[in-house]
Design a protein around this ligand. Structure first.
Ligand SMILES: NC(=O)c1ccc[n+]([C@@H]2O[C@H](COP(=O)([O-])OP(=O)(O)OC[C@H]3O[C@@H](n4cnc5c(N)ncnc54)[C@H](O)[C@@H]3O)[C@@H](O)[C@H]2O)c1
Length: 387
């Protein structure tokens, strides 16, 4: 194959962005677009010159695309990925890969059955220099044992107007969750990429605390990792100016991880050694503020970086930056926090997919939320969709 012919499925906000940068991707050609909304489809056809389809099955069956980017509301991601793989078409799913872990498990089983097809997920934050540097340091073993993992991400501010702008947003039936499922997947992905998935979660979660929505917008969780290491995860979509803090303490020192920078306070003597051997009662080990060179590359449009890598994976076997099968990690943590917070009980991981699916279905059944009229068609389509 010389070129990867692409179809974009779902041409709303994010899908239009993919349509816009795809011509800049080396080895890619945009040949097909799909949206259930004729107006959105018409705009995408006009912008791209690609052939339009109202149903994703027709796009995939047309033979016009070797790969699809799925940018529909989340409930459709698993269904479309599984269908595309059954027809031999590579898939890049928007985040989150699905609404709950059972869907992600189904996608991962499908991927395992088709090892020649490439499954990617749009975790463009993995292209950021700060996160890549932290990952490299942690994976090298240089930081030693993790002692604490803290993530406070409250910069995902959204107004009521945002929530009212799409009928599927922030509803159990249309979206399947709130800040944990829509805004946080990048944060949850980077946090689990760097620190792993905890084994236990105890959370407090508020539904519609700051907005007129039925899903989560305020979250505070305590995490327990293997070896009893503690962590914290806090998020909100109703705080301003908000903050973004990712701090990971290790035997060898402290990492303050930002998108494009990492502050490394290096203990001259590792904590465990110092604790046991120091004759001082209060003095901490000397800490050096290390200036780290940031990795090169990965600049520019971050979605394009991930899509270029996806194309290279198909054409040249390049290693994926964001494999779709890893989408389950952050999703599991987000699901566990939601479940724990709403039920008021600790939740152990790995999470039981059937339990999580039953929980989401229960929320959908109990929902009495009225969707804004502006997006009624999308809302109606969503309500009858696969989930
Ligand atoms: N990676 C990122 O930075 C990023 C940013 C924004 C959104 N997203 C993700 O992209 C997805 C879409 O979000 P959005 O903000 O673009 O939403 P949106 O509402 O603006 O667009 C969704 C589009 O999908 C269409 N659609 C709905 N069901 C469909 C179906 N079955 N087949 C084909 N088209 C269908 C709708 O008509 C709409 O045009 C979400 O999963 C979201 O989490 C990712």
């Amino acid at each position: 194959m010389q070129k990867v012919r692409f179809g974009v499925i779902g041409c709303g906000g994010m899908g239009s962005n993919h349509v816009g940068y795809l011509p800049t991707i080396k080895g890619a050609e945009l040949t097909a677009v799909c949206d259930i909304d004729p107006e959105a489809l018409g705009r995408a056809e006009q912008k791209s010159g690609a052939k339009g389809f109202l149903a994703y099955q027709d796009l995939i069956k047309s033979g016009l695309a070797d790969a699809v980017i799925v940018a529909t509301p989340h409930y459709f991601h698993p269904e479309i990925m599984i269908y595309a793989f059954s027809k031999g078409v590579h898939v890049m799913s928007e985040k989150p890969v699905g609404v709950h872990v059972k869907q992600a498990e189904m996608m991962n089983r499908t991927a395992a059955k088709h090892p020649k097809l490439v499954f990617g997920v749009m975790f463009q934050a993995r292209g950021n220099a700060g996160y890549r540097k932290a990952k490299e340091l942690i994976d090298s073993g240089e930081m030693g044992k993790m002692l604490r993992a803290t993530c406070i991400e409250t910069a995902w501010y959204r107004s009521q107007a945002y929530y009212d702008s799409g009928g599927w947003r922030a509803t159990w039936n249309g979206e399947g969750g709130g800040v944990l499922l829509n805004q946080c997947p990048h944060t949850l992905d980077i946090f689990t990429w760097l620190c792993g998935v905890p084994r236990r979660v105890m959370a407090m979660v508020k539904l519609g605390a700051r907005h007129q929505i039925e899903v989560d917008d305020e979250v505070c969780a305590i995490l327990e990792y293997d070896d009893g290491v503690f962590g914290q995860f806090v998020t909100s979509s109703g705080e301003a100016p908000g903050t973004s803090i990712m701090e990971i303490a290790f035997d060898q020192g402290l990492l303050r991880v930002g998108r494009d920078s990492v502050q490394f306070l290096r203990n001259r003597v590792p904590v465990f050694q110092h604790l046991k051997t120091s004759k001082e009662r209060f003095a901490k080990p000397e800490a050096w503020n290390i200036s780290l060179p940031m990795p090169k590359g990965g600049g520019g449009e971050k979605h394009a970086v991930i899509t270029q890598n996806f194309v290279n994976a198909i054409l040249k076997g390049e290693k994926l930056i964001a494999p779709g099968v890893e989408g389950i990690k952050g999703l599991s943590l987000g699901n566990a926090i939601l479940l724990s917070g709403v039920k008021g009980k600790p939740v152990d991981l790995p999470l039981n997919g059937n339990v999580m699916e039953a929980f989401i279905k229960e929320q959908c059944r109990k929902s009495t939320f009225k969707k804004p009229k502006i997006a009624k068609k999308v809302a109606d389509d969503m309500a009858s969709s696969f989930h």
